[in-house]
Design a protein around this ligand. Structure first.
Ligand code: ADP
Length: 501
């Protein structure tokens, strides 16, 4: 099939989270399965400074944005190491900025305008580039306008009749919520600003807009697809999602094993595989301890955490447990992340108080992320909610035993070390259910006790995890099926429309 990816983040060009990893890897995998894929993303400053090759296409276009006309231009590149074309939407006023969505912790005031422009540019690029498209695969609120524009403005436009849309939710908590006056920049009639379509309690909601108009919806794990239909985890959109449950599916993200593989990882001093993990991990642990100024203690458990320092990731639990553990146990903590200022302060405090136990790197550092995955004995993800989560999948492949809360993608991918799971050789980690410090501490204590005293079980957990296949290929096959269904659904809806039903 012909698939056009529309995404605000694509690794390695521009990334703030898992969305970029998905959009950097899935297109190539779809191509390997025989699909014809192209990607469109904004030309951020980060893309220009990434050193990737950018070919100007001499394709300029004008888009009405409220009461002005905004000019854009398309450039062409490709996903590194592949022939998958990436079309970059150039509009320097919108995209040539320090960061993708915010500055100094404040969202850009014109985020709605920026991504409405991007969404319209995606649709215009189909015409300009004469792309054959069966499905536009949209991602998150930034592209939520695309399904609406396809159904409203482009429904009868030549060349767009058979273009279906799939919207993937990577994180329901980020909805693209804007003032009602931003309806003016969408260019759509106010009649769509109602609670059944684009309005959300008096505001314009771009994710909801996408969910209402898309031919299909997916999210990044089966469990999260269920969870988001409940009031506890639906972020106010549970009603919309319940109504659209028949077109909602969950597909766990894959891992790019070209990038995340301890056998070939360019960032590791000591590469290793499932046979050499004991020596390999020990050597990487010693190297990381030395690099971060921790004592090189081979038998002390090293706990890794990587990611946004946000409540979503369970940081309020970690903060409390860490405080106690740093005082009472010998465990070492390696943390890599950026996020909410009070967690920066807290981690700064812990690393000053206990520099021999806590190494907190409060920055974004790809190299260090790989080195931490390889060096740690266990990896902690006590998330409040987790649509999919990638780090636990990396951990599995790196022989780093995940300790996770059993939600969303974490529940779908980590098999708890119960007696039953252990005896059938399926267990890969430690899990807990309640969102509480007690539950986290119980799981963590049990992991540490197993690490120290049940080396046979530990070895089994590591080796079962390392043998798992969370490659993109298995997810891509599922997406292939979803694309087919979405396209079919679009064709049927269109036939009905034309028949005047
Ligand atoms: P999110 O909710 O942030 O998308 P995921 O676990 O799905 O969480 O994906 C996060 C991705 O970003 C992973 O590839 C992770 O390694 C990476 N990451 C997050 N924070 C950092 C950081 N400070 N340095 C390097 N990589 C990071």
């Amino acid at each position: 099939m012909n698939i056009l990816f529309a995404s605000s983040e694509v690794a390695p060009f521009a990334k703030t989270g898992g969305l970029a990893d998905v959009c950097g890897a899935l297109p190539a995998e779809m191509t390997r399965l025989g699909h014809n894929v192209a990607v469109v993303m904004p030309l951020y400053r980060q893309v220009k400074s990434s050193g990737c090759s950018l070919e100007p296409l001499n394709l300029k276009f004008d888009i009405p944005m409220g009461n002005k006309i905004v000019r854009g231009r398309l450039l062409r590149g490709s996903l590194p190491g592949t022939s998958v074309p990436v079309f970059f939407v150039e509009q320097d006023d919108y995209f040539d900025r320090d960061e993708l969505y915010r500055h100094k912790g404040e969202d850009y005031k014109d985020n709605c305008e920026r991504f409405v422009f991007f969404s319209r540019a995606v649709l215009e690029s189909i015409r300009m580039l004469k792309l054959a498209v069966d499905v536009v695969h949209c991602h998150d609120w930034q592209t939520g306008m695309i399904p609406a524009l396809l159904q409203i403005e482009y429904a009868h436009a030549q060349g767009y009749e058979n273009v279906a849309s799939l919207l993937t939710i990577h994180n329901l908590a980020y909805q693209g919520l804007f003032s009602h006056w931003d309806m003016l920049v969408t260019g759509l009639d106010w009649k769509y600003f109602n609670m059944h379509q684009m309005e959300f309690y008096g505001k314009l909601n771009l994710l909801k807009t996408g969910l209402i108009f898309a031919d299909g919806i997916s999210t990044v794990s089966r469990k999260y697809a269920e969870e988001i239909q409940t009031p506890e985890m639906g972020c106010g959109l549970e009603g919309v999602l319940q109504k659209r449950a028949d077109v909602l599916e969950g597909i766990v993200n894959g891992v790019d094993y070209y990038v995340w593989n301890p056998v070939t990882d360019q960032y590791l001093d000591h590469k290793y595989d499932a046979r050499s993990w004991q020596q390999g991990k020990a050597a990487n642990k010693a190297a990381l301890q030395a690099e971060l100024g921790l004592p090189q203690l081979p038998h002390t458990p090293l706990l890794g955490l990587i990611g946004r320092l946000a409540d979503q990731k369970g940081w309020n639990l970690v903060a409390e447990v860490m405080g106690r553990w740093v005082r009472e146990t010998d465990a070492q903590w390696v943390i890599l992340g950026t996020g909410e200022p009070h967690y920066h302060d807290l981690l700064g405090h812990f690393s000053r108080e206990a520099p021999h136990k806590v190494a907190a790197q409060l920055q974004f550092d790809e190299r260090l992320a790989h080195r931490i995955e390889a060096a740690s004995d266990m990896f902690l993800m006590p998330s409040q909610y987790e649509p999919c989560g990638l780090n636990q999948l990396y951990s599995l492949r790196y022989g780093t035993v995940p300790v996770v809360r059993s939600v969303g993608g974490l529940a779908d991918t980590v098999v708890p070390a119960t007696d039953e799971n252990l005896s059938r050789g399926a267990a890969t980690g430690f899990t807990f259910d309640a969102y509480s410090t007690e539950a986290l501490e119980t799981a963590l204590s049990s992991a540490v006790a197993t690490y120290h005293h049940r080396k046979d079980i530990w070895q089994k957990l590591v080796e079962t995890g390392m043998a798992q296949d969370w490659s993109w290929q298995r997810s891509a096959e599922k997406y292939g099926e979803v694309y087919k269904r979405v396209h079919q659904r679009h064709a049927e809806a269109r036939a009905k429309l034309l028949a005047g039903k």
